[in-house]
Design a binder for this molecule. Structure first.
Ligand SMILES: Cc1cc2nc3c(=O)[nH]c(=O)nc-3n(C[C@H](O)[C@H](O)[C@H](O)COP(=O)(O)OP(=O)(O)OC[C@H]3O[C@@H](n4cnc5c(N)ncnc54)[C@H](O)[C@@H]3O)c2cc1C
Length: 559
């Protein structure tokens, strides 16, 4: 792997494929496209190498996600549905992108989420088509079966703490006591129910796409990687993409792609690159002072995200992770991890080891609510929530109806775009959210927690009526950091579809987008796994290979 400096434009070679952004999707693409030595591939990343201890040690993820060097650090516009609050919108910056700073929770989504993609016009992206690519991407510690992969690049496993801390089994037991079911593998046949959560961790170390796809490809002479290099725009010759214009410090250069440019800059980055290139909605480009090259009204629209609420309790027994949340405790955790107990130490897990997928309403055709249980009372921003011991449930309504948008406000690639999620903009969303809080409380009040349950710290007993809950939600919901769907695939009759089902930008030649922006709708789960899956399948499409399908049509998921 050559880390090329962009100092002298004349020194930059031509490539067959130029991949923009080395994130969850970009590293997969660079690796798969360069497997054939005849393909010359360039991967361009705005950030640096992102391989510090904070990135590698799973338990340090809240430090990684709050580290300014590893993060674009975006903020939403004032959100009308959240009393005008601006929410943090972190995005990974560096090799691995968001897979280098995320919480490592491994969730594929429900099979029906992908069948929904196909219904929305993304032909060939139903669950039967996606399943083999989820399998190709992973090495599941439990071994391969009809649903799981056994020898793919990204390592997936359940945590070890489930057996050590009685609060995790208490959470699962409380779910059963509240009348819900159990699932043995939420990424297998049955998503719905209570059970162990899974994570992308290999032998106690974060399993990012940089580590698992890019690192093993570094010896290839046909793959170059440029770091600390920002793509300003795609170069268009008429309707054909011919390369990209890049910036590094004060230097500028152009890179030619003789076969294709593939944007993998993420749900914020990819629509912004397109808009700066003159591809997008006319009003957005006019407002930003960018000349229109190709009108595509859907670029940056259809923005979807997951919100998250934390329902937090004091714990009567001194068995939570709050006991380690002090400088001495954290140093001890880091030292144990460094000294080789990586596989089985408190540093080697993200601590989200139990969870649930539920329906907000029994009439819903598939689960739309996700819960993770954490045996600690903490905030994501790194601040300790309170003194003493506590535990909390992170609950989310995962099929929101609200839609937002991303719009550049200037041609400057370093300027933050307007990111308006329009959270709770659809009246149904608040209704589902209320139900999330009530469901969580019912579960946490079951006998399984009687030995542990102290006061409800948040929302707190005073938040009781629908109006109280609505007000609390508007003031306290935070992003779960899943922006997506801003360059969606869709059918020929959908004028807001940015891409066809081959990930090609509509109306242009030799230009594709492959990342979380291309989802037609947001799945019921976290987004790293489906983004990697999308990149795996798109690599086959780009290379003209026959795409895989699961051998059978029926019985691929439980309803
Ligand atoms: C803090 C955080 C926690 C999360 N937790 C989880 C979790 O626990 N589980 C889960 O499944 N998902 C989680 N997610 C979501 C998931 O990680 C992302 O949805 C997924 O990684 C997105 O992949 P991507 O390829 O679309 O974009 P990214 O991985 O964000 O990659 C985009 C890359 O493009 C680069 N880039 C952008 N613009 C340019 C440009 N102009 N020029 C050059 N390079 C550019 C960026 O620097 C970045 O490296 C989390 C995300 C965040 C931010």
């Amino acid at each position: 792997m050559v880390l090329t400096r962009v100092a002298k434009p004349a020194s930059v070679r031509d490539y067959h494929y130029v991949v923009v952004g080395a994130g969850s999707a970009g590293c997969v693409l660079a690796s798969r496209l360069s497997e054939n030595p005849a393909n010359r591939v360039l991967l361009i990343e705005a950030g640096g190498r992102a391989d510090s201890l904070l990135v590698r040690m799973p338990a340090a993820f809240s430090y990684a996600m709050n580290n300014r060097r590893l993060n674009w650090g975006y903020q939403s516009a004032p959100e009308p549905g959240l009393e005008g609050r601006r929410l943090a919108c972190p995005r990974g910056k560096g090799l691995g992108g968001s897979s280098s700073i995320n919480g490592m929770v491994y969730v594929r989504g429900h099979g029906r989420d992908f069948d929904e993609w196909e219904q929305l016009g993304a032909a060939g992206w139903g669950f039967r088509d996606c399943l083999p690519y989820f399998q190709r991407a992973e090495s599941w510690r439990g071994g391969a079966d009809a649903f799981r992969g056994g020898d793919g690049p990204v390592a997936t496993c359940a945590g070890n703490d489930m057996a050590r801390n009685p609060l995790y089994p208490a959470f699962v037991e409380a779910g059963l006591q509240a009348g819900h079911g159990r699932t043995d593998d939420a990424n297998g046949f049955r998503q719905e129910g209570f059970g162990a959560m899974q994570m992308t961790v290999r032998s106690g170390v974060r399993s990012s796409t940089a580590r698992e796809y890019l690192e093993p490809a570094r010896h290839r002479a046909n793959l170059d990687v440029m770091v600390r290099t920002t793509v300003d725009k795609v170069l268009l010759d008429g309707r054909t993409a011919t390369g990209v214009e890049v910036r590094r410090g004060d230097g500028r250069a152009t890179v030619r792609a003789t076969t294709e440019v593939v944007l993998a800059a993420g749900a914020v980055g990819s629509p912004c690159v397109l808009q700066r290139s003159g591809v997008g909605p006319r009003d957005v480009l006019d407002n930003a002072g960018v000349g229109l090259r190709h009108e595509l009204p859907g670029v940056g629209q259809n923005l979807q995200d997951h919100l998250e609420a934390i329902v937090r309790y004091a714990c009567l027994a001194p068995i939570t992770l709050n006991g380690t949340l002090n400088p001495v405790g954290q140093a001890a955790v880091a030292l144990a991890w460094l000294l080789g107990r990586r596989r089985n130490s408190l540093g080697s897990t993200n601590h989200f080891e139990a969870g649930a997928f539920l329906r907000s309403d029994p009439t819903r055709p598939w689960p739309d609510v996700q819960m993770h249980f954490l045996p600690a009372a903490v905030r994501y921003d790194g601040a300790k929530a309170f003194r003493g011991h506590g535990y909390q449930v992170h609950v989310g309504a995962n099929k929101p109806m609200s839609r937002g948008r991303i719009a550049i406000e200037s041609p400057d690639p370093d300027a933050q775009p307007e990111i308006l999620f329009n959270y709770l903009g659809h009246p149904d969303d608040l209704r589902v959210w209320r139900q999330c809080i009530r469901l969580t409380r019912t579960i946490m009040n079951q006998p399984a927690f009687d030995p542990y349950r102290g006061a409800e710290m948040q929302p707190g007993a005073a938040v009781a009526t629908d109006d109280d809950i609505d007000r609390w939600l508007r003031r306290n919901l935070e992003s779960a950091y899943h922006p997506s769907c801003t360059c969606p695939m869709g059918g020929d009759d959908d004028r807001m579809a940015v891409l066809d089902a081959q990930c090609r930008v509509r109306g242009l030649e030799r230009l594709r987008v492959v990342d979380a922006s291309i989802f037609p709708s947001i799945p019921n789960g976290n987004l790293n796994a489906p983004t990697i899956m999308v990149a795996e399948r798109a690599a086959d499409l780009i290379l003209g290979k026959t795409t895989m399908r699961a051998p059978r049509e029926a019985g691929l998921y439980a309803d």
